[in-house]
Structures are given as C-alpha cells and as structure tokens.
Design a protein around this ligand. Structure first.
Ligand SMILES: [Fe+2]
Ligand SMILES: [Fe+2]
Length: 368
C-alpha cells in the first residue's frame, strides 16, 4: 500500500520542484501538495497522511504551528520541517513539534532516507495505539535527579560544557532529545550526524541547551512515582551497557563511527521501556511485575499485552527522531542473538555485550 505524504510550501515553484524530484517515488508514495498553511490544514482535516513535510516560513500559518495542529488532528503522522533559514525562535518552536528538521535544498535521497526507515519501523508495532502514542511524543521524560542537576548547572554564572554533557549523557531521555536537536538542520550546517553527547552540546552551544532546558520544555521529569525505581535501575543498566559496548567495539579495532554507534545503541537499547513507562504508567508496572513473577522475558509479555516489544517501540522512536540506521537497527534487534560473528557492527557488538551480561548475571537480562 502506498504511503500518503503531504508536502506543504507557500512557494508554488518549490512545490512543483518537489513533485518533479519525487516522481520516481510515485508508486510507493501517494503524494499531495498544499500551497500554504491554510490549504494544508484543510487537507489534514479531510484525509489522513502517514507523513507531513512542511516549509517553515509561510505567511498564514508557519510550519511549527501547522505541525502543532497536526499532532492534535493526526497524531500518527511523521512530522518533518523542510526549510531554508529559520529564525532562532522558530527553530526552537520547531523542535517541539517536528520529528525532524531538514534544510533546503534537499535531495530525494535525503528525504527517502529519513522517511523510509521510520515508516518501516512502524510496521512491527501491531495496533495503531502505540504508533500514535510514540509519534505524539515530543520529548522523553528524564530522571528527576538528572533533570534538576542539569537545570542547576545551566543556571550557574559559568556553566561547564563538559559537566553539562556528562549530566545529559547520564540520562536516556535527555540524550535522545539532545541528539535529535543537535542533528536538526536548523542548529547545524554540518550534515554529518553526531552521536557523541559532548560534541552535540558543543555543536549547539550552552545558550541553546539552556533555552531547550529552561524555556522550550525539551526535557521534562518522569512523574510516575511508582515507576521511579524502575527508571533509576534502567538508567544504571543502560549506562553499564553503553560503557561495555564502547570497550568491546574499541577492543575489536572498529572505526570511530561504529564505536560511537555501538556505544549509543548500548545506552539507548532499552529506551522503549522508558517510552512504555511514559505512555502507560502503572499499567506498565503490572507488565513488569508479571514478567518478573512468571519469569518470562519482558519483551514477550509486552508483545502479549501491548502488541509490541520495547525493542520495537524504541527503534520506531529513534528512527522517527532521525537517529542513524546502525543505532536503530541495533536497538531493534537487541533481543536476537546471532551468536559470535567475524565482522562486528553496532548490532553485533550490542548483542555480544548483552550475551555476556546474561551469562554473568545468570539471568535473562533481556527479560528484565
Ligand atoms: Fe531490552
Ligand atoms: Fe537491556
């Protein structure tokens, strides 16, 4: 079935150019073109879209505002801003509503390379409920302690870049959001993706990180008291897995980008648990209890009760937010075990680390 994609731009020449450029995609994508914000609003009220790609600066409704409506009317749709230069304020608003921000001019490979992988990760989610809930998320909750720590650091007269990066790197939610923003075209002319939190903080600068944290609401605190101990434990497990993945990838003599992907995948492999905890709260607590009491792998209980595992939803969220495919792939497959391999990738490094953790703990870590 073709995917329904809406392109929005107030410049008719730009829309016509997009249509011509994307003609080779016409069998996979059912494309609609709206000449401005008001026309786009009418379109999303009338029919449903898998993806909405909007210009930022439009005279009637700007892209960030349009996507804010889209979250309410069509929360399942993937939201992309495709824009030229945007003001600082508009850029900050767009990271609150768009999954990804791309810059013009944008080649077909860039668009298909962002949209295709994200939509492919939606397929294993089973029902619509989870796809909608994940797509609606504009931020991921952080451990309250890490969040307060970050705010305190950023409000000192001379915050330290190094310490700020350390705090963010210690938290799954903040790391995800930071990487999403730092790789957005609005905040960086560098199209190379960074997975290194320190580099991401330097790329944005402390002023922007402060704006994100203090006024843009990019980071918020996890507020389900019942699941707080679980989130703390998840954080310890994630950091340990990140550190071990980095050690293993380095010891194999892998190239720097693979080491970074492996270590990021190590930190984020269970991010789907955080997504579930944020979406379902105490109901997810019951699923955690059930897996523990019945000694069944958690991902099996999740699939039984929710229709998808934390690996499925984690991979979907990261693909929506534009993280690189090696990281998304490793997260999606972290419960598979392909056994020892001769060639290492982020996926197989992570699998090797989780296998060792299982053996050392004598229990089903992946089932935790
Ligand atoms: Fe897991
Ligand atoms: Fe895990």
């Amino acid at each position: 079935m073709p995917q329904h994609i809406l392109f929005v731009d107030d410049n008719p020449l730009m829309l016509a150019g997009l249509g011509r450029m994307l003609r080779p995609m016409r069998h996979e994508w059912d494309m609609a073109f709206a000449p401005g914000g008001a026309a786009a609003l009418a379109a999303i009220e009338a029919s449903s879209y898998d993806v909405i790609v909007s210009d930022m600066r439009m005279p009637d409704i700007d892209g960030a505002e349009l996507l804010r409506y889209a979250i309410r009317i069509q929360p399942r749709a993937m939201r992309i801003i495709l824009s030229g230069q945007a003001s600082y304020g508009a850029s900050l608003r767009s990271v609150q509503t768009a999954h990804q921000c791309l810059s013009k001019p944008c080649e077909m490979a860039m668009l298909t390379g962002k949209i295709g992988p994200a939509l492919a990760r939606r397929a294993p989610l089973g029902g619509e409920e989870i796809a909608v809930a994940v797509s609606e998320m504009t931020t991921l909750p952080s451990r309250p302690e890490a969040h307060r720590h970050l705010l305190a650091e950023l409000q000192t007269p001379n915050p330290s870049t190094h310490h700020t990066a350390e705090i963010i790197a210690s938290d799954l939610g903040m790391t995800c959001k930071l990487l999403q923003v730092a790789n957005s075209a609005f905040f960086s002319n560098d199209r190379r993706q960074t997975l290194d939190v320190g580099h991401a903080v330097r790329r944005l600068g402390l002023d922007i990180v402060r704006q994100l944290a203090v006024s843009a609401g990019a980071f918020n605190e996890f507020d389900c008291q019942e699941l707080l101990p679980f989130v703390e434990e998840l954080s310890i497990h994630s950091i340990e897995t990140r550190d071990r993945s980095e050690v293993v990838a380095t010891s194999k003599g892998l190239a720097r980008p693979i080491i970074e992907a492996a270590s990021t995948a190590g930190l984020l492999h269970d991010v789907g648990k955080l997504v579930f905890a944020a979406i379902y709260g105490p109901r997810y607590g019951q699923i955690l209890r059930r897996a523990r009491e019945e000694q069944v792998p958690l991902w099996c209980v999740e699939r039984d009760h929710l229709g998808a595992s934390h690996a499925d939803v984690g991979a979907y969220l990261l693909a929506l937010w534009g993280l690189s495919e090696p990281v998304v792939d490793a997260v999606a497959h972290h419960h598979h075990d392909e056994g020892p391999v001769s060639e290492f990738s982020a996926r197989t490094v992570l699998q090797a680390v989780l296998r060792t953790q299982r053996l050392q703990s004598g229990q089903h870590i992946n089932g935790k």
